[in-house]
Design a protein around this ligand. Structure first.
Ligand code: SF4
Ligand SMILES: [Zn+2]
Ligand SMILES: [Zn+2]
Length: 463
């Protein structure tokens, strides 16, 4: 099931076959569709569509192209529309300095006015931004503080650069990609799309415009949102199920529509791997980790009311042969439950599966012995989070337990060196974009000092 967060099927392009278009959307798995208002008339038409169809929701707002025609009455209508239970956001609003259908100062004024209205009515906004990066950021930052945990709305049909994306994310926005991300020449946009955290990613058609490949050139429609989701999955190294699940949860978190992710997840599938969640406890408290605040990965909620037993973990695996690998991971340190890791790994190996262990590398200190010989034959691959190039930076960023400080970093290095003796494949990883970390130096340490595989990943991109 997929969500089209931005469609314009109220327009004349669909007068001949609107019902068929809606039917095709349903048949192709569109779970929800948001029809977007651009002026007063289209906002009313959107509301009517939302009244007619359960799975359609609406927004109301005045597009920057049309703000030149705003009157006092317009705001009365918008207020009225926003009271409707299926009118879920104010938009699309913003700045368009590409087409320039309305004067820039008028655009700025009504962008501010409409944001203020959204604030007053407690609604998220749908932002349209074209060739106006600086002004968009300047105006939005008047209303939405940096590093806020509030979610102000969606940057729709994102076409900006990395800087705009980062600024929008800082203010709490979701970033929605349209069919333009599938276009052959959109390499730069795809690079940006790779960096959007999973919990901020959405997709849309913006139909009738921006028809994704392979239908480019034809009229767009909500059913085609799948092509964009496919492309997003592909460039992020995921399966379409993964981005769909993640985006469904994002949609729920923003609008309260759909289902929240259930807690108590013991095993969860991402790509063709099955991940096992043994504990939420950890001997570190990395500054970037949302283990305690929001233990969600790729649409799965890993909050555990209690830790699962060996039997429960084993029972949660349908068939090890269905997966490329079974990974001990989760939002916590698996070696805190070493016995469970060993028992479950043994069962997986006996059943012919492949096992990976993702760890913070504290296992020998936690268990007060060298645990690596015990893992020999049970674990095929181990992935250790090194994260920094110095011990000081490690203590600063990974915040190990007080008794582990001033030295755990060297123990992790020892752990990696020792792992090479017992585990066929060893890799050391870092989470990129951390303050005071020399990423090139990390890579040198991993390649030269350990001679193992190095992997740098951005937090919350792939589970
Ligand atoms: S080691 Fe892993 S689970 Fe523990 S705090 Fe750091 S990122 Fe989170
Ligand atoms: Zn737009
Ligand atoms: Zn639009």
């Amino acid at each position: 099931m997929i969500i089209d967060t931005h469609a314009h099927i109220d327009g004349a392009d669909y007068d001949e076959d609107r019902e068929e278009v809606i039917e095709r959307a349903r048949e192709s798995g569109v779970q929800y569709m948001v029809n977007i208002g651009c002026d007063v008339e289209s906002s009313y038409r959107s509301m009517e569509l939302a009244e007619q169809y359960d799975f359609i929701y609406a927004t109301a707002g005045i597009h920057p192209h049309d703000v030149k025609s705003i009157t006092e009455d317009t705001y009365v209508h918008l207020r009225q529309l926003l009271l409707h239970p299926k009118v879920i956001a104010l938009g699309e609003i913003g700045l368009d300095f590409f087409k320039n259908y309305s004067p820039h100062d008028v655009q700025r004024t009504h962008f501010r006015n409409q944001i203020q209205l959204a604030h007053d009515m407690g609604k998220p906004i749908i932002v349209h931004s074209r060739d106006a990066n600086e002004d968009i950021i300047a105006i939005l930052s008047e209303f939405y503080p940096k590093d806020s945990t509030a979610r102000p709305g969606i940057f729709h049909c994102f076409s900006g650069d990395q800087e705009l994306a980062d600024k929008a994310l800082e203010m709490g926005f979701y970033i929605s990609f349209s069919g333009s991300v599938t276009f052959k020449k959109a390499e730069a946009l795809r690079e940006v799309a790779k960096t959007i955290p999973a919990d901020r990613l959405l997709t849309e058609t913006d139909c009738p415009y921006l028809t994704p490949t392979p239908h480019r050139g034809k009229r767009n429609e909500p059913a085609y949102v799948n092509f964009t989701a496919e492309k997003l999955a592909e460039i992020r190294g995921l399966k379409i199920d993964d981005v769909q699940r993640t985006m469904a949860l994002n949609f729920f978190e923003l609008f309260g529509i759909g289902e929240n992710a259930k807690t108590g997840t013991v095993s969860y599938k991402i790509r063709n791997s099955l991940y096992l969640n043994l504990t939420q406890r950890c001997t570190a408290n990395c500054t970037f980790c949302t283990r305690l605040t929001k233990p969600v990965v790729q649409g799965y909620n890993l909050e555990l009311k209690r830790e699962p037993t060996t039997e429960e973990v084993w029972q949660s695996i349908d068939n090890v042969k269905n997966y490329d690998e079974i990974v001990f991971c989760g939002f916590g340190e698996p070696t805190l439950r070493l016995d469970v890791v060993k028992e479950v790994a043994q069962k997986i190996k006996d059943a012919g599966g492949r096992v990976r262990l993702n760890t913070n590398g504290h296992g020998n200190v936690i268990n007060k012995r060298n645990i690596l010989p015990e893992l020999s034959g049970l674990i095929d691959e181990i992935s250790v989070s090194l994260n920094t190039d110095t011990s000081e930076a490690y203590d600063e960023i990974c915040q190990p337990l007080p008794m582990f400080r001033n030295g755990i970093y060297d123990k992790i290095k020892e752990f990696i060196t020792e792992a090479k003796k017992y585990i066929p494949e060893v890799q050391a990883t870092i989470v990129t974009h951390q303050k005071d970390v020399d990423e090139a130096q990390c890579e040198t340490i991993v390649n030269k000092e350990f001679g193992v595989k190095y992997r740098a990943r951005r937090y919350n991109i792939v589970g």
